[in-house]
Design a protein around this ligand. Structure first.
Ligand SMILES: Nc1ncnc2c1ncn2[C@@H]1O[C@H](COP(=O)(O)OP(=O)(O)OP(=O)(O)O)[C@@H](O)[C@H]1O
Ligand SMILES: [Mg+2]
Length: 345
């Protein structure tokens, strides 16, 4: 299999020179065991790249543990990443194996590493240098063999210069650097991505017919500047597919409406500590809460690795958590359908 086919087998779509370069970089990085950092604007596929790198590496059959660094408060950082012994502090009723230990022999993905506090950076650096973790309250260290892949949409060199990111940690993690290019620099990939997301959405809504897209609709997609990159393109295609009857054409007007309706302004908490459910202008309170629950669930599920463990942490029973997520997904789906239907009238 050539490197591009390997990428499409893990859901990374693209045939532009920039994507061919990315494919080669991933292949090289997968062939060695060095720490890597993936940089790029929001929505360019950094997480996809990290997962592809793991799946192409010799660690592929071992765990891939994803950690959103901004989501862990400083006080929780140590116990979340390194675990704790029974009785280490009030409430520590049993020994907890945590993220670094859970990722043993596999890969740990430190997403948004630029959001980690300086104190947490110091602790992380120690682990990377010594290849060992000492769970809170434990007497001995545990040796760990973990490959670290970090990601950020910040310019880490600038963060170092501004004193917000430790220089020693920067050199430690940025051994291999991979950049995911913005969509506006590889617009030739738009038709392939369009086809891919169209097919995905039609399958999701169990459509039996495939919509046809007019040439001027594709031109309108080419002319756009895509501040939200591939994620935004995916949302726009979903809107177009859901808002068009199976036998009709998607034309340039529909594309322009979908782009006009697409809110670019996403409001986040001002302290930067709140990564869940960023509020998109125009969303209703229910939409916001449904998104927030889904984001929280995805993040915890990624960390715990199981639905049951996630439910335990959230102190709800497994089936009621399934039901609540299902209700939220259905409501969100209906509100997308209604919004798209309103935009084609
Ligand atoms: N080349 C690609 N092919 C197919 N899908 C892609 C590609 N790049 C991004 N996506 C899709 O776009 C969305 C965003 O991707 P991802 O979460 O990896 O981006 P990111 O760079 O980590 O964004 P952020 O900085 O906001 O976390 C996902 O739904 C992903 O599947
Ligand atoms: Mg990401």
């Amino acid at each position: 299999m050539n490197s591009e086919s390997k990428l499409s087998s893990v859901g990374i779509i693209g045939d532009s020179p920039a994507m061919h370069l990315l494919a080669r970089q991933i292949e090289t990085a997968a062939g060695c065991d060095l720490t890597a950092v993936v940089t790029g604007e929001s929505g360019t596929g950094k997480e996809l790249v990290a997962r592809a790198l793991h799946r192409q590496s010799a660690r592929a059959s071992m765990p891939f543990i994803s950690v959103h660094c901004g989501a862990i408060t400083e006080t929780l950082m140590e116990s979340e990443l390194f675990g704790y012994e029974r009785g280490a502090f009030t409430g520590a009723n049993q020994r907890r194996k945590w993220l670094f230990e859970a990722a043993h022999n596999g890969t740990i993905f430190l997403d948004e590493i630029g959001e980690m506090s300086i104190a947490s950076q110091v602790k992380l650096l120690r682990v990377l240098q010594e290849g060992a973790v000492r769970p809170v309250g434990a007497h001995a260290e545990i040796q760990i063999d973990v490959r670290v892949i970090a990601a950020t949409n910040r310019n880490l060199a600038r963060e170092v210069a501004a004193g917000r990111f430790r220089e020693d940690l920067f050199y430690r993690i940025a051994v291999l650097a991979i950049n995911t290019p913005p969509l506006r620099d590889r617009t030739s990939d738009i038709p392939l991505l369009l086809q891919y997301f169209q097919h995905q959405t039609e399958q999701k809504i169990k459509s039996t017919v495939s919509r046809r897209i007019e040439d001027d609709a594709i031109d309108a997609l080419f002319d756009y500047h895509w501040p939200g990159n591939v994620r935004q393109l995916r949302h726009v295609v979903e809107k177009l597919v859901v808002g068009t009857l199976g036998d009709s054409l998607i034309n340039a007007d529909a594309v322009r409406r979908a782009l006009d309706n697409h809110p670019h302004v996403v409001l986040c908490s001002t302290n930067g500590r709140w990564p869940f459910g960023a509020y998109t202008e125009g969303d209703s309170l229910d939409d916001f809460l449904d998104h927030a629950m889904q984001d929280l669930y995805d993040m915890l599920r990624g960390k715990t690795g199981s639905h049951s463990e996630t439910a335990r942490q959230l102190r709800v029973n497994r089936s009621s958590l399934y039901q609540r997520l299902d209700r939220a997904r259905r409501r969100l789906y209906l509100s997308t359908v209604n919004e798209a239907a309103a935009s084609i009238v």
